[in-house]
Design a protein around this ligand. Structure first.
Ligand SMILES: Cc1cc2nc3c(=O)[nH]c(=O)nc-3n(C[C@H](O)[C@H](O)[C@H](O)COP(=O)(O)OP(=O)(O)OC[C@H]3O[C@@H](n4cnc5c(N)ncnc54)[C@H](O)[C@@H]3O)c2cc1C
Ligand code: SF4
Ligand code: SF4
Ligand code: SF4
Length: 385
């Protein structure tokens, strides 16, 4: 086997590596730090399973949502410590408290990877959006083990990760004993851990490499906050922080994100969560409100079972889709994407990011200077209204 799917389309989901009967596929970082399958040609028996399991080689079945909600956790602390409305935390607690297990993304030793959580005291590790591609390691295989042992499993991932797991389970043809709930988060693209590490190094130096803690959003909005030994080292918001800037505008995305097959109103999961952008008239403040899409009967039932834990207001599905561009089309490439991807391996992160964002910061600086002028302010605000 030479190639499982085209280079541009590979999402790094690991389905191929997990299914290979000869364990001859390793996930290795490319020059940008994105994990990709590398086949050991000597061990490969050409069985074709890796090609079959790859979601890029088949028809992806999607479902239009049955119902959409604006929602948040009624537990104020839970909502406060989540990135959006805390819906994922409420659903994860339900599954773990009933003896099931949850898989989701967590910081582990300075890296983001998927972990298995079976104890309520460990659920906090999954909280918060980590704006980087999480490493799935052998998680799909662990999920199948749990199912075979009769446990209920809730899996959270970006849509391509959740689809990879679905395809893996379907191709394993196991007679499931446990129940699997597929959850996905709305996702507009992922940078690699290498790019994030290089950014952190560029803003705080080598110190804290092992033990820093990170967050990308807090009550004030998008802020990259780095703490080391409980000391605040760095806190800058969007658009001043270059990582948040590059992330938001697609400078750092994995190539496949620009052709994302999952960026549509039709979904591959039982339940989809994201930010409720574009929320119309409400009787409540619009901050920290999640959008919840129940895409299957299982998703509807799941949300019904936590009605006492969530504020839930049914909204139109159209409203949910129209407000969130990622439910309509994939992200567009940043105008300096190709430049950054040439410069990063050749000139290093600092030079690559500074040059790629130079035009943005020049325009931003000019705007900020003009905005100090009262007459410009009035003219600008009138134009925007
Ligand atoms: C890379 C990325 C891009 C996103 N883009 C959008 C977008 O364009 N539009 C939008 O509406 N929402 C987007 N979100 C989702 C949004 O930021 C919230 O995470 C989501 O609304 C869930 O909020 P919450 O309050 O329920 O849970 P939170 O506590 O905020 O999130 C925790 C849940 O998200 C999962 N998670 C966190 N980081 C990752 C990761 N790197 N990979 C896989 N799963 C992860 C965890 O497993 C956990 O289940 C994005 C999230 C990520 C990670
Ligand atoms: S063809 Fe079969 S043995 Fe070869 S890499 Fe793919 S899954 Fe593994
Ligand atoms: S199965 Fe996933 S990791 Fe493997 S080639 Fe396909 S997209 Fe890439
Ligand atoms: S944008 Fe699409 S392809 Fe990229 S990480 Fe998100 S779900 Fe996967």
């Amino acid at each position: 086997m030479k190639e499982i799917c085209t280079y541009e389309k590979c999402t790094g989901c690991t389905a191929c590596a997990n299914i290979c009967p000869k364990s001859c596929i390793r996930m290795e970082p490319d020059q940008y730090g994105f994990l990709r399958p590398v086949i050991n040609p000597v061990a490969c028996i050409d069985c074709g399973l890796c090609v079959k399991v790859c979601p890029n080689n088949g028809i992806i079945e999607k479902k239009y949502p049955r119902v959409a909600y604006a929602a948040w956790s009624l537990d104020d602390k839970d909502r406060e410590t989540s990135t959006s409305g805390g819906v994922s935390s409420v659903l994860s607690s339900l599954v773990v408290n009933n003896g099931g297990v949850v898989y989701g993304a967590a910081f582990q030793n300075g890296c983001v990877e998927h972990i298995r959580v079976s104890q309520p005291r460990e659920l906090h590790k999954l909280k918060g959006s980590k704006y980087v591609q999480s490493n799935l390691t052998n998680v799909y295989t662990l999920v199948v083990q749990d199912l075979l042992e009769g446990r209920s499993v809730l899996f959270w991932g970006t849509p391509c990760q959740t689809m990879g797991l679905k395809s893996f389970i379907n191709n394993k043809r196991i007679k499931e004993l446990g129940d699997i709930i597929y959850g996905d988060i709305i996702c507009h693209g992922v940078p690699s851990q290498k790019i994030l590490n290089d950014h952190i190094k560029s803003v705080i130096g080598a110190k804290g490499k092992e033990s820093y803690s990170l967050s990308f959003r807090d009550r004030d909005g998008y802020f990259l906050t780095i703490r080391h030994n409980d000391k605040l080292f760095y806190r800058k918001g969007f658009p001043q922080d270059k990582y948040l800037n590059g992330f938001q505008y697609g400078l750092f995305h994995r190539e496949c994100c620009f052709e994302c097959q999952y960026a549509s109103g039709e979904r591959i999961s039982d339940v989809t969560i994201g930010d409720f952008w574009g929320l119309g008239e409400t009787t409540y403040p619009k901050k920290k409100v999640s959008v919840v899409l129940c895409n299957t009967a299982k998703g509807v039932k799941l949300i019904d079972s936590v009605r006492d834990k969530l504020f839930l207001e049914e909204r139109s599905i159209q409203e949910a889709i129209q407000g969130n561009s990622q439910l309509q089309h994939p992200s567009r490439k940043h105008e300096f994407y190709n430049f950054f991807h040439w410069a990063y391996p050749n000139l290093g992160y600092r030079m690559a990011v500074n040059c790629s964002l130079l035009k943005f910061y020049l325009k931003y600086f000019i705007f900020r200077t003009l905005y100090r002028n009262r007459r410009f302010q009035v003219w600008y605000n009138k134009k925007r209204a």
